[in-house]
Design a protein around this ligand. Structure first.
Ligand code: HEM
Length: 346
């Protein structure tokens, strides 16, 4: 606000000054506009678009490394490649852009002033995720306030973040805590089983699973327990709060649904999803890797095992399985899975 008032004074003063006739004022504005236009086009001409151009210009050492320029789409002047993200299939658009720019290991693009790097190469991903240069998670003010300015996930890489990680590792996700949450996992699993058992026709599995994970989280963190099938205002509000691009060089037929690809064959070393094998890293890797990964994996494995143990899972009468995807916080089925279950006879 202050600088606005200052600039108004400046213009008022300039208009009183004889040297600033209307023509010369218009000419100065034109020159400033022209300079802005030239710089904008100059930044935009850089591979990866305006944010990378500006960065190269302001960091001459980067600019001199001409041969090391990372390929990537320029997008539009000023805004860069916003269009890549404005889609529920952003990961496909990004993959297509990489193909078009012949970006094999690494691609650069701009989202406004923010520089973005994408890789689908496990070695490059490991190098990036383990480097302190990439240990910050750039966050806009809105996301930061949404997380009460305290969240570990958006905390800058520094003492506060490190302290939270240490506390979480010692008190929330240590083996004793994971074991201690066993009864809670079992209780929620049997609630799920009795809910699913009530269906004698096709139904969607997603709602119950979502509610189960939310309840599990609330019980672990806040010690609050909700019934899985009860709906009240508080539960609905909570629900509102929470709501596989593969590299063809690493995986054959990357866009086909072949879950067996992740199961190690006889004689092969077991495939780790905990972050050491970057071909598949659902929990991330390196400094910012998910601190709750063991807890998450234990819970998911136990619930899946229980549900498969209790029921035979059969295709729904009405719908075939539709593998269309949508990118939200993670990649989800566009049309949630509907199935029929038959309790196993024992
Ligand atoms: C199957 C379940 C889970 C999956 C797939 C998952 C996945 C992830 C991923 C991909 C990240 C981001 C890593 C990065 O930014 O590089 C992350 C971070 C995080 N996750 Fe998880 N997560 C799961 C369960 C949990 C659970 C149960 C908790 C806690 C109760 C949790 C707490 C966190 C926190 C606090 C971070 C931020 C870490 C940091 O910035 O230092 N996650 N998770």
């Amino acid at each position: 606000m202050r600088s606005n008032i200052e600039s108004v004074w400046l213009f008022a003063l300039a208009s009183k000054c004889r040297a600033f006739s209307q023509e010369s004022f218009a000419f100065s504005v034109f020159i400033i506009f022209l300079a802005w236009l030239v710089m904008t086009l100059f930044y935009w001409a850089h591979p990866g678009g305006p944010a990378w151009g500006k960065f190269s210009f302001l960091n001459p050492s980067f600019l001199s490394a001409v041969n090391k320029r990372i390929p990537g789409p320029r997008g539009l002047p000023v805004i860069g490649s916003m269009n890549l993200m404005a889609s529920s299939l952003a990961h496909h658009r990004i993959a297509a852009a990489a193909e078009a720019c012949k970006a094999k290991r690494l691609m650069a693009f701009s989202l406004g002033h923010t520089r973005v790097l994408v890789t689908c190469n496990p070695d490059v991903a490991r190098e990036m995720l383990n480097s302190s240069v990439f240990a910050d998670r750039p966050v806009k003010e809105s996301a930061y306030s949404l997380m009460f300015n305290r969240a570990i996930g958006f905390a800058p890489y520094g003492v506060y973040w490190r302290t939270l990680r240490r506390i979480a590792a010692m008190h929330l996700f240590c083996p004793k805590q994971i074991k201690g949450a066993e009864d809670q996992r079992r209780e929620i699993a049997s609630e799920m089983v009795s809910l699913y058992a009530q269906h004698d026709r096709s139904f969607s599995v997603r709602q119950v699973l979502k509610r189960a994970s939310l309840n599990n989280m609330m019980a672990s963190i806040f010690g609050r327990k909700y019934k899985l099938n009860s709906t009240n205002n508080e539960v609905e509000q909570l629900q509102a709060l929470v709501d596989e691009g593969l590299d063809p060089q690493q995986w054959a037929h990357p866009l086909e649904f072949i879950p067996d690809r992740f199961v190690s064959k006889e004689g092969e070393v077991e495939f780790s999803v905990l972050g050491s094998d970057l071909r598949l890293a659902p929990f991330g890797s390196g400094r910012r890797t998910c601190p709750g990964k063991k807890m998450g994996l234990t819970t998911v494995s136990f619930w899946v095992a229980t549900l498969v143990h209790e029921f035979e899972w059969l295709p729904s009468d009405q719908n075939t399985i539709d593998l269309s995807e949508v990118l939200r916080l993670s990649c989800e089925m566009l049309n949630p899975l509907t199935v029929k279950v038959r309790p196993r006879l024992r």
